[in-house]
Design a protein around this ligand. Sequence first.
Ligand code: P1T
Length: 389
Amino acid sequence: MTHQNHSFDTRSVHVGEEPEFLDGSKNEVVSPIFLSSTFARKEVKNHGQFEYSRSGNPTRFALEKRYASLEQTEYGLGFASGLAAEATLLFTLLKPGDNIIGFDDLYGGTKRLFKQWKDNYDITISLVDAAQPHLVEAAIQPGTKLIWLESPTNPLLKVCDIAAISEIAHRHNVLVIVDNTFLSPYFQNPTVLGADIVVHSVTKYITGHSDVVGGAIMLNDKSLYEKIKFNQNALGAIPSPFDCYLVLRGLKTLSLRMEKHQSNAFAIAEYLENHPKVERVYYPGLKSHPQYELSLKQAKGFGGMVSFEIKGGEKEAVQFLECLELFTLAESLGGVESLIEHPALMTHSSITKKEREQAGIKDSLIRVSVGVEDKTDLINDLEQAFRQI
Ligand code: P1T
């Protein structure tokens, strides 16, 4: 059955796992975990749909079909991690002498990857405040190959106008890649807004239970898809069948989880905004957020990530974080359990202090991945920790 006319909630449950999908004689409701690393053939010169699990596996195939459906693209590809997906993209799209324009606020590991490409493969990187599209246009140079965006960004929750930047990029023959990890395909579909390629850390909301490290790429262009798929196999950074099964399972509740993450995040952002020990709150759903109107226009929601600056500096931030009991002090985000962290010392410690300062990541900044627990319990935990500093 085709789910083309079905809504997101229906597609996230069914696509890739239609009972007759794999073979008419098999009618499982849930995709089996195909552990076989290789697939038999009758003829030397011909193989069936699957040949060897690095190049294709039925459980991964089911998941890749769902990835494409949820991002409303023609094609989806699964990877062993978000960074494996990103590295495969850079490997496929760049040649020496090329230039990447990136948002000045991006996940620290993405900036570290860019630096590897810069140092080893003669690529130049221009980081700009993409919240101002004219700065992106001004940064375009003859060698610019791609513009790399997050919206909202990690960790400052900056939002950029994906449609406006895509229009600028396409006038200059440049590709737009959007890392859509923070909103998930439930709240935002960048290719519908004009971007060329979407990348995800599946580790986060898409899986949703902090038990898989995975990545994904979704796109519409057939020739680009074939090049990236070739390198998915050639580089081999693929997800295991068991991880694919867990992601298929996690995705069935994506819409339910995202709604709860968001309503809890609203409550926490408002609580923090009124707290005397808080200097500043970053959440795109607050009217005080500089791109609140843009978020309303281009996304269906604001997500579950909130960042804030505590009054004081690193000392107060660390003290606060170590006093929390219900929030787990850990890197990562997007799971059902609330996580909290210190970007400068944790997720963004792989970039230099100078770069962090340029991007606006202060030592007093704290990032919260709001889970789906009871919001009063979460706020009570924050309150008891504030009282101790
Ligand atoms: O961890 P991995 O699945 O390889 O994904 C990397 C990645 C890519 N893009 C964004 C926006 C991310 O946030 C991440 C990973 N981020 C964390 C681990 C973190 O705590 O921010």
